[in-house]
Design a protein around this ligand. Structure first.
Ligand code: NDP
Length: 291
C-alpha cells in the first residue's frame, strides 16, 4: 500500500507557484478572502489560505463582514471586489450564515475572479471540457493527487460517493473528461443509492465525499483499489487537547491494507484544496488584462 502524501504534493505545487510569482514583473497576484462571522473552522481555513498566499508572494486582502450582514450588503461587497482592478481572485468562505443564499453569492462573483470555481459559468466549463475557466479547488486537487501519484483513470471504474456541487459532481465530471489522465468510467452514488456497497466494491478508484465519519469499511472496497478520502469529520477524543480527532469518510485502519494507494486524513486532499486555490489565483492574475 502506498500513501498518497497530500502535504508533500501540495508543497511541490506551492514551490512551483512561488517560483512563477517571483518571476513576475509588475503587480503581484491578489486574492480577496471574505469571511462572514467567526465560525471556528472558517477562521482556521481563511488563516491557512492567507498564510499560504503570503508564502507564495500573493497579496491576501481580508474582508470580515459581521455575521448579520444582509444579502444585499454582501452582494455590494462582492460587486466592489469584482470591479476592483487590483483584485484577481475572490474567495467567499463557506459555510455562510443561514440567512444568506450561498449559491446566489457564488454566482455573484465575476467568473473571471471565481478562483473557487463555484460560479455557474465555471462549473459549465468543466462540463464542456473548456480549460479557460476555473475548476473548483477540491475536485482539482483530487485530480492533481491522482495525476502526481501516477494514477491514470483511463479504462478504470471510478466510483464517487457524494454529489455535492463543490466536490462530488465536479470531480465526477473531471474524471469523465475525454482527456489524458481522465477518461474514466464514472458512477456517482448518493443517499438515494440502493445497495451502495455493490457499487463501491466495483471501484478501481473510489472517491469518498459524503461527510460521514469512517463510513467506508473494508468490506466495501475492492482489493487493490485506489482510495481518495475527501471527508473531514471530527470525532470526540478526550485524549486530544482539542477534544476531538479528525477522521475521513473512510475507515483508514481497515481499508488501507487492502488498497494499492490511499490518501490519509489529515494530510491528503485537504492541503491540495489550498494549493489549487493559489494555482487558480495565479491563473486569474495571468488572465487579468488589467494586471
Ligand atoms: P455535502 O454534505 O454537501 O454532500 C454530501 C453528499 O454525500 C451528498 O450528495 C449526500 O447525498 C451524500 N451522502 C450523505 N450521506 C450519505 C450516505 N449515507 N450514503 C450515500 N451518500 C450519502 O458534503 P460536501 O461534498 O461539501 O463534503 C463532503 C465531505 O468532504 C465532508 O466531510 C467535508 O467536510 C469534506 N470536504 C473536504 C474538503 C477538503 O478540502 N478536504 C473540501 C470540501 C469538503 P444527497 O445528495 O442525496 O444528500
Amino acid at each position: 500500500m502506498e500513501l498518497i502524501d497530500g502535504n508533500q504534493i501540495a508543497a511541490a505545487i506551492i514551490a512551483e507557484l512561488k517560483t512563477e510569482v517571483a518571476g513576475l514583473t509588475g503587480r503581484k497576484p491578489c486574492i480577496a478572502l471574505v469571511r462572514v462571522g467567526d465560525d471556528p473552522a472558517s477562521v482556521s481555513y481563511v488563516k491557512k489560505k492567507e498564510k499560504t498566499a503570503a508564502e507564495i508572494g500573493i497579496e491576501g486582502r481580508i474582508h470580515l463582514p459581521p455575521v448579520d450582514i444582509t444579502q444585499e450588503d454582501l452582494f455590494a461587497l462582492i460587486d466592489r471586489l469584482n470591479a476592483d482592478p487590483g483584485v484577481d481572485g475572490i474567495l467567499v468562505q463557506s459555510p455562510l450564515p443561514k440567512h444568506i443564499d450561498e449559491l446566489a453569492v457564488f454566482r455573484r462573483v465575476a467568473p473571471e475572479k471565481d478562483v473557487d470555481g463555484f460560479n455557474t459559468l465555471n462549473l459549465g466549463k468543466v462540463a464542456q471540457e473548456d480549460d479557460t475557466g476555473f475548476v473548483a479547488c477540491t475536485p482539482a486537487g483530487i485530480m492533481e493527487l491522482l495525476a502526481r501519484s501516477g494514477t491514470d483513470l483511463k479504462g478504470k471504474h471510478v466510483v464517487v460517493l457524494g454529489r455535492s456541487l463543490i466536490v462530488g459532481k465536479p470531480v465526477a465530471l473531471l474524471a469523465l473528461q475525454k482527456k489524458a489522465g481522465a477518461n474514466g468510467t464514472v458512477t456517482i452514488c448518493h443517499s438515494g443509492t440502493t445497495n451502495l456497497p455493490s457499487f463501491t466494491r466495483q471501484a478501481d478508484v473510489l472517491i469518498a465525499a459524503i461527510g460521514r465519519a469512517e463510513f467506508v469499511t473494508a468490506d466495501m472496497v475492492k482489493p487493490g483499489a485506489v482510495v481518495i478520502d475527501v471527508g473531514i469529520n471530527r470525532l470526540p477524543d478526550p485524549a486530544k487537547k482539542s477534544g476531538y480527532r479528525l477522521v475521513g469518510d473512510v475507515h483508514f485502519a481497515s481499508v488501507a491494507p487492502l488498497c494499492s494507494k490511499i490518501t490519509p486524513v489529515p494530510g491528503g486532499v485537504g492541503p491540495m484544496t489550498v494549493a489549487m486555490l493559489m494555482q487558480n489565483t495565479v491563473k486569474a492574475h495571468r488572465l487579468n488584462p488589467r494586471r
